[in-house]
Design a protein around this ligand. Structure first.
Ligand SMILES: Nc1ncnc2c1ncn2[C@@H]1O[C@H](COP(=O)(O)OP(=O)(O)OP(=O)(O)O)[C@@H](O)[C@H]1O
Length: 241
């Protein structure tokens, strides 16, 4: 579970990019985080994961405060960031072993998981190559594999499906469903309304740093005209007028 309580964040003292945000992400559900460009999705995710400091408020992951107990909190979540261009000078296998070392994944288990997930994502053959030579989608898949290797309870994914081919996107969606069905937390941001509609049990919509909707698809539609497409509902909710 992730609890965001009264969180605000501003950059260079300007208006709040995140404005007194309250959001609870329960276990056992896939929660989609939607919002137009610049709404505050990545900033929220960066604060949740200890990448950006929080100006005001608290964020707890399974009851552990990310600011007060960062090391404890970092043991229990896996993050797929929106930019997968990391550790480019490592080979795929070196990156995965590095992650497995940090999280103390035993040798046999890491071998088994690396083989299983990289074969699923069709990057097994590229493990001996440098990440620098990988395509955007391959870089994303190696990062997703890094998260899966240490099997964290909480998955936080920033635009995880962007750039993935349909087969890999399908596999990742199935994994997200399976992880949530086991009672874990799955939180992801997306621009893709179709993905959100297909995959999410709960949708949180943010605009200008404020939460403007939280509920399931039926609740979202029932607040508006039920015959409207999600696209129309979304446009209406996030319009400036
Ligand atoms: N490092 C930064 N310095 C200054 N302003 C920033 C910084 N990071 C984010 N912002 C501002 O904070 C607001 C929220 O940005 P954020 O990247 O969180 O939005 P987003 O919802 O993830 O957008 P997108 O869908 O385009 O990725 C925007 O107004 C953005 O310009």
């Amino acid at each position: 579970m992730i609890e965001i309580n009264h969180v605000s964040k501003s950059f260079h003292g300007k208006h709040n990019a995140i404005d007194k945000l309250n959001l609870m992400i329960p276990d056992g559900k896939i929660v989609g985080f939607l919002g137009p460009n610049g709404a505050g999705k990545s900033t929220t995710i960066k604060m949740m994961t200890g990448i950006l400091p929080i100006d005001e408020g608290t964020i707890k992951l399974n009851g552990i405060d990310i600011v007060k107990q960062p090391l404890e909190a970092k043991k229990i979540f896996g993050l797929v960031p929106d930019q997968p261009d990391m550790f480019l000078r490592l080979k795929g296998i070196e990156y995965l072993n590095f992650i497995a070392d940090i999280f103390n994944v035993p040798t046999d288990l890491r071998k088994e998981r690396i083989e299983y997930f990289t074969k699923q994502f069709s990057i097994y053959e590229a493990l001996e190559d440098y990440i620098q030579t990988y395509s955007h989608g391959m870089r994303q898949k190696i990062i997703v594999t890094g998260v899966l290797i240490h099997d964290p309870a909480i998955w936080i994914l920033d635009e995880p499906l962007t750039g993935l081919d349909p087969k890999s996107a399908y596999i990742l969606k199935e994994m997200m469903r399976d992880h949530a069905d086991k009672g874990n937390t799955v939180f992801f941001s997306s621009h893709g309304l179709e993905v959100v509609e297909q995959l999410c049990d709960v949708v949180a919509i943010i605009n200008k740093g404020k939460l403007i909707f939280y509920g399931n698809m039926d609740e979202l539609r029932s607040q508006y005209q039920s015959d409207q497409s999600l696209e129309n509902v979304f446009l209406e909710l996030t319009s400036d007028e």
